[in-house]
Design a protein around this ligand. Structure first.
Ligand SMILES: Cc1ncc(COP(=O)(O)O)c(C=O)c1O
Length: 396
């Protein structure tokens, strides 16, 4: 059957492909260490699960308002106001089915055919695909590993044209774990002041997963007068180990929220009622489980980063957020594995370790490894990676 050009043009997810291949090998009895995971390996904290059960007992099994229950919109508005140093009202927040639907809604509501969206790379592939799906043109702006993957603001400036509508930022970054630092944030704010026509979307889904001395810097907090041009994407998936509950938030000026409400009302109506109550408990309840999870990720981050850095000719920028390392493995490319996709397939088949190729994130020559898994598995996975790379080099 012929499918639409719009969907046909979407690039399939390499992350899912690698994860599926790893699963198939495990099902066939192979001992595979998978470092592909894009979600915390922790359970949703008990008090959040309990709040969901209670909500069900009390009848949270019906439609809610399209934009979400008022209590959750108010809790998200209060939380985002604190983080971003501006007053965000509950009616400026919309609840959707994961941060992914927030991105989808906002891009569909903002982008017309041919509108350009500036996206620093490496970036999460859904950012570019959702822009394309909305008819927009992603304009990629590569950041360099040698600069700690900090955004090159001068390059961004040069890429602004009459068609540029939006700048899409993600800090901490999936896949690099880089955080926009204070100096870069100030340069970005200056760029925004110089270009009043430009809107900004910040995907802050990992903002609670940051490791000292890293610090989440809000551009809005640096210049609250920019609220009105900002679209904040946030949610509970990664920070509260709630990926399966599917709750995300978008905060934006009222006209955009109204447009997204109209769109979502035709597509999914509301995010699952019980999940909204769970997310309310996540935002308003005990924050200690998240703090403990962040502390554990920090330990794993150090273990993985040290182990990767000990492999000859592998260069890995130290991540300060999220739960990924993104090393440069280009020194190992050669006739048998001429790019990172072939290299990742080789590592899976020959070294029994699953990683995600950097090409999917617009960063050839790199691979992404997730440390959302136990320390013993991280150590074993990186040991397999090291020995796989050595055998690959020997065979070239
Ligand atoms: C940068 C980034 N934004 C958004 C999402 C989607 O989040 P959610 O599961 O809440 O839809 C992901 C998930 O991997 C992500 O990495």
């Amino acid at each position: 059957m012929k499918v639409s050009r719009r969907v046909d043009a979407l690039v399939p997810s390499i992350t899912l492909e690698m994860a599926a291949r790893a699963k198939a090998l495990v099902a066939a009895g192979k001992d595979i260490v998978s470092l592909t995971l894009g979600e915390p390996d922790f359970d949703t904290p008990a008090h959040i699960r309990a709040a969901a059960c209670l909500a069900l007992e009390r009848g949270a099994s019906r439609y809610t308002p399209v934009s979400g229950i008022v209590e959750l919109r108010a809790a998200a508005a209060a939380d985002l106001s604190k983080v971003h140093g501006v007053t965000i009202r509950p009616e400026e927040v919309m609840v959707s089915t994961g941060a992914k639907q927030c991105l989808f809604n906002a891009l569909q509501a903002l982008i017309d055919d041919g509108d350009e969206v500036l996206i620093p790379t490496p970036t999460w592939p859904s950012h570019t695909e959702l822009v394309r799906l909305a008819g927009g043109v992603p304009i990629l702006c590569p950041s360099l590993a040698s600069m700690g993957f900090q955004i090159n603001v001068e390059q961004l400036r040069r890429k602004i044209t009459a068609r540029t509508r939006l700048l899409l930022l993600c800090s901490p970054s999936n896949p690099t774990g880089a955080l926009i630092d204070e100096a870069t944030a100030n340069e970005l704010v200056k760029l925004l002041r110089d270009h009043p026509e430009l809107l900004v979307m910040t995907d802050d889904l990992y903002r609670r997963l940051v490791y000292a001395p890293g610090r989440f810097v809000s551009l809005l907090a640096l210049d609250p007068s920019l609220w009105g041009r900002f679209v904040l994407i946030d949610g509970v998936s990664k920070s509260f180990a709630m990926t399966g509950w599917r709750i995300g938030f978008c905060a934006a000026p009222r006209p955009l929220i109204a447009a997204m409400d109209k769109l979502q009302g035709q597509v999914t109506t509301n995010a699952a009622a019980v999940s909204q109550h769970a997310a309310l408990a996540a935002l308003t309840g005990d924050q200690v489980p998240t703090e403990k999870m962040v502390a554990e990720f920090d330990v794993r981050r150090s273990v993985m980063h040290a182990a990767l850095s000990a492999i000859p000719d592998v260069h890995c920028v130290e991540p300060h957020g999220a739960f990924y390392c993104f090393p440069d493995v280009s020194a190992y490319l050669g006739p048998k594995a001429s790019d990172d996709v072939a290299l990742s397939r080789y590592l899976l088949e020959e070294a029994a370790v699953a990683v995600v190729p950097g090409t999917g994130f617009y960063a050839p020559g790199h691979i992404r490894l997730s440390y959302a898994t136990s320390v013993p598995l991280i150590e074993e996975g990186v040991r397999r990676l090291a020995s796989g790379l050595q055998s690959l080099r020997a065979s070239h």
